[in-house]
Ligand binder design. Structure first.
Ligand SMILES: NC(=O)c1ccc[n+]([C@@H]2O[C@H](COP(=O)([O-])OP(=O)(O)OC[C@H]3O[C@@H](n4cnc5c(N)ncnc54)[C@H](O)[C@@H]3O)[C@@H](O)[C@H]2O)c1
Length: 351
């Protein structure tokens, strides 16, 4: 059995990490850790295993623990992941790796120094549909993929207004770092992790900043806290040139347009694919002078289960997964450049 601990027992821990560990016959959860004791205790009670603790250092001090999931807010990812690596644990840390590129680099350095696994929760790399798209692209079915358009736009979907997600000091950013990270990661993965050359971006903190007058229907990640902070972007636009395709980005947690558009368009010179985020995809091409489109039908497993199974496998074997910090670091660099470009209102060249 691989003995594991879950640090941070909130939404993603309960929705994905804990059930996926419990479903894997090779894993045993030894600790549930949360600074809110009632959350750790509720997990022990609900899942009937493990010990509830509030200090993650107690988890790291136990030599029996081989691996940890870090499911805390973004600002704590580097500190907890680095401490865990230095304590000899393998780490699966939720996305985004960190708030900034330099923090992500520190995490990567700790991984290199310790040789322990550090995977980031870019769960779409374990999504069967995304992997099928990657096969379409790798096999040349789309021809040259010259442009990818990424749209992650919602009408009014700011999470927990005033809370951790909208406080830059905690989250590092808004719609880009929270949603965009997944979309950009899918593009990078499917297109073979190309080198990023230039980045131009603008971010906008507009609709949420007058918190009391922000109208919405639903709010995920908790109710508004009008005494809290809102200093992150609620929308973003950008253009990224890579050694592969050009990527254009339009993202919004909130915008004054009523339709939600959450998809990625891979445009090749032989065929194109629209992936509806988290759902199916459609292939567009021409055959014998006729325009053709079709939706492949395929079986899928839960991608979080795939991610946790792969993490446990690599704890056993040392295998390097596509979610390794060495790959994810490129997207961290790209997102940092989008924020830098927006702050400086100019294009950023990366090398
Ligand atoms: N992969 C995905 O699709 C996905 C989805 C949702 C969230 N996430 C990521 O997961 C992370 C957590 O998000 P969430 O929605 O579960 O947030 P959440 O607020 O529901 O849970 C975070 C938990 O961490 C706890 N915590 C805070 N400081 C701690 C500390 N020092 N030690 C131990 N526990 C601590 C909090 O009390 C809380 O229970 C974020 O980084 C988020 O970006 C990823």
């Amino acid at each position: 059995m691989i003995k594991v601990a879950v640090i941070g027992c909130g939404t993603i821990a309960n929705a994905a990490h804990i059930p996926s560990y419990l479903n894997n016959p090779e894993a045993e959860i030894l600790y549930f850790c949360d600074i809110l004791p009632q959350r750790a205790e509720a997990a022990v009670e609900k899942y009937g295993c493990g010990k509830a603790v509030t200090d993650y250092k107690e988890v790291l001090a136990d030599p029996e623990v081989e691996a940890v999931s870090v499911c805390t807010p973004n600002n704590l990812h580097p500190r907890i992941a680095i401490d865990a690596l230095r304590a000899g644990k393998h780490v699966l840390c939720e996305k985004p790796a960190a708030r900034t590129y330099s923090e992500a680099l520190e995490m990567q350095q700790a991984q290199h120094e310790t040789g322990k696994t550090l995977n980031i929760g870019v769960v779409n790399r374990f999504n069967d549909g995304v992997n099928l798209i990657k096969k379409y692209i790798d096999s040349g079915k789309l021809g040259e993929v010259h442009h990818v358009y990424v749209s992650f736009r919602a009408h009014r979907s700011i999470p927990g207004l005033g809370g951790a997600f909208t406080t830059k000091e905690i989250a590092g950013g808004g719609a880009l770092i929270d949603w965009g990270v997944h979309y950009l990661d899918i593009v990078m993965y499917c297109c073979g992790d190309p080198t990023v050359k230039t980045v131009s971006g603008e971010t906008f903190c507009k609709l949420g900043r007058d918190m009391k007058n922000y109208a919405y229907q639903d709010m995920w990640a908790g109710p508004p806290d009008y005494n809290g902070v809102y200093d992150v972007e609620d929308s973003v636009t950008g253009l990224v040139r890579t050694s592969g395709p050009v990527i254009t980005i339009n993202g919004a947690w909130a915008q004054n347009i009523g339709e939600a558009e959450q998809y990625i368009d891979f445009m090749g010179d032989k065929a194109g694919i629209r992936l509806q985020y988290g759902k199916n995809f459609t292939v567009y091409t021409q055959e014998h002078g006729a325009l053709v489109e079709y939706q492949p039908v395929f079986h899928t497993r839960d991608h979080f289960q795939n991610e946790i199974d792969a993490f446990l496998r690599c704890v056993r074997t040392g295998e390097k997964l596509p979610s390794h910090i060495d790959t994810v670091i490129i997207t961290a660099k790209m997102m940092q450049a989008i924020y830098d470009s927006s702050r400086q209102h100019r294009e950023i060249e990366l090398n």
